[in-house]
Design a protein around this ligand. Structure first.
Ligand code: ATP
Ligand code: MG
Length: 458
């Protein structure tokens, strides 16, 4: 973290001090901030958040014991520990994060989208690491708490930061991007993910477009031509900002596009075209959607100052992330693609495209896609039809909505329980010498249960 005095934090958060004199607060240097009572580092300020299930104000004595030098709370707590009292600790956290960001000289890039945020974030960080010290979002910490926690980790050493922004509702990205004030911003794509919270695809577009509302005056906006969404947020952009577009197909029209694509199982080679020239890229990940992700990541990284050689190196050293099209070889010839981390219609189709290119008998094992509201049946049926047209040999589903996927496939089978599904799946795997299986579903369907059972069995 970029160190701040407690007095300074009091000012930023418009709080009042308690259990410490102003002169002492001005001398007390805070070097880390935590909201997790189990993780208290040196010279740590603990911010007490009140959640639905528990209220961290109940743990103040505990965090003092663990070494927190001060706490930020929404009421005076009867513990002898320096305190800043604010109206709303959650909002104060955002104000402190925004201040820390304003002290950083790093080039900061922010990205959102329905799918591939974490993938693009990892790719961009992998490229920028070749240019200098790079901070990036841990895992999936992309919400109104994760984003400030990420910004707290900024140090004066960082030359770059890559920040993932997620949204469950309109206004969430407007809030987080106001802290991040990015030099470059990307909307990776638009699908029906979390449509329940937004009402419609237009609602999703509006929510994602918020990322451009706090783009730096001379920043770079990166837009996916294949999503055809520029008209939806053109009004957020100004003439001094650069607009870069990327596309898998619109050669010549887009600033970033691929050519000469060759695919070898889990590796993709292509020539990357950019406004700064071309470079041959080896991407150790499967799927056309990962080419699109690589175009987006290259645009973010080049806009922050990377060279084409950094791009080539950064992309070639990527590793698949567990749960995201992660190849698991059960035995020779029997391959499972573990894509169980999450799902929406776009990512299901992306996964099916990869499965359709894999060797042998092809099996799609799908759980529910959650949070699709009234579009649920249509989205599941679209995925089912795609599987049918892609020539998938067997489709097995489990859950409450996924039967719409198997319904669209002759010989598709739906199961009420995972154990019943496994009882059919395992013999089918044994029957075929060369077989490829895609396992996928929303987080709530926990389809990793299937992958784990298969690993135990083979
Ligand atoms: P979350 O909203 O959960 O944070 P995310 O946007 O960060 O998700 P990833 O974690 O990168 O996305 O990938 C999630 C799923 O989406 C994976 O199954 C992956 O295969 C698929 N996916 C990744 N990129 C794309 C893309 N560009 N288009 C469609 N599907 C994609
Ligand atoms: Mg993510």
């Amino acid at each position: 973290m970029i160190p701040l005095s407690l007095g300074n934090i009091e000012q930023i958060s418009k709080g009042t001090l308690s259990h410490i004199a102003q002169s002492q607060a001005d001398q007390l240097i805070i070097k880390s901030i935590s909201t997790d009572s189990r993780k208290i580092d040196e010279d740590c300020l603990f911010i007490a958040l009140a959640g639905e299930r528990f209220d961290a104000h109940d743990f103040i004595a505990d965090v003092k014991e663990k070494g927190a030098v001060a706490v930020l709370v929404n009421r005076e707590i009867d513990v002898d520990c320096p305190q800043i009292i604010v109206k709303d600790t959650h909002l104060a956290m955002g104000e402190i994060a925004a201040h820390i960001r304003s002290l950083s000289h790093a080039k900061i890039v922010a990205l959102t989208g329905s799918s591939g945020k974490t993938s693009v974030k990892e790719m961009t960080a992998s490229i920028l690491r070749h240019c200098g010290e790079t901070l990036y979002t841990h895992g999936n910490l992309n919400n109104d708490i994760g984003v400030p926690l990420t910004l707290f980790r900024l140090t004066s050493e960082h030359r770059f930061a890559v920040i993932e922004l997620g949204a469950n509702h309109i206004g969430e990205i407007a809030y987080t991007v106001n802290m991040v004030k990015p030099d470059s911003a990307l909307v990776n794509n638009l699908f029906s993910a979390h449509i329940e919270g937004f009402g419609s695809l237009e609602g999703i577009a509006q929510a994602k477009g918020e990322i451009f509302t706090h783009l730096k005056e001379q920043g770079t906006a990166i837009i996916n031509l294949d999503s055809n969404d520029l008209p939806l947020w053109k009004h957020h952009l100004n003439a001094r900002q650069t607009q870069w577009s990327f596309s898998l197909s619109a050669q010549g029209k887009a600033d970033f596009y691929p050519s000469d694509i060759t695919v070898k199982q889990f590796t993709t080679n292509f020539t990357l075209h950019t406004p700064e020239g071309c470079v041959d890229v080896t991407l150790p990940l499967p799927g056309r959607h990962n080419i699109a992700n690589a175009l987006a990541a290259s645009a973010l990284a080049l806009s922050a100052g990377a060279t084409l050689e950094d791009v080539r190196l950064g992309l070639s050293t990527l590793k698949a992330v567990p749960g995201r099209l992660y190849p698991v070889e059960l035995t020779a010839g029997k391959m499972v693609l573990d894509d169980t981390y999450n799902a929406n219609d776009g990512s299901m189709i992306a996964g099916l495209q990869v499965l359709s290119q894999l060797p042998g008998y092809k099996i799609f094992v799908a759980g529910d896609m959650a949070e699709l509201g009234k579009d649920s049946e249509k989205c599941h049926r679209d995925v089912g039809r795609f599987a049918h047209n892609a020539g998938i040999d067997s489709v097995f589903t489990v859950g409450h909505h996924s039967h719409f996927i198997s319904d669209e496939n002759q010989g598709g089978q739906h199961f009420a329980f995972k154990a019943d599904l496994l009882a059919q799946l395992i013999p089918l795997l044994q029957q075929h010498d060369v077989v490829s299986v895609l396992v996928k579903g929303s987080r709530s369907s926990a389809m990793e249960d299937i992958v784990n059972a298969l690993k135990e069995c083979f």
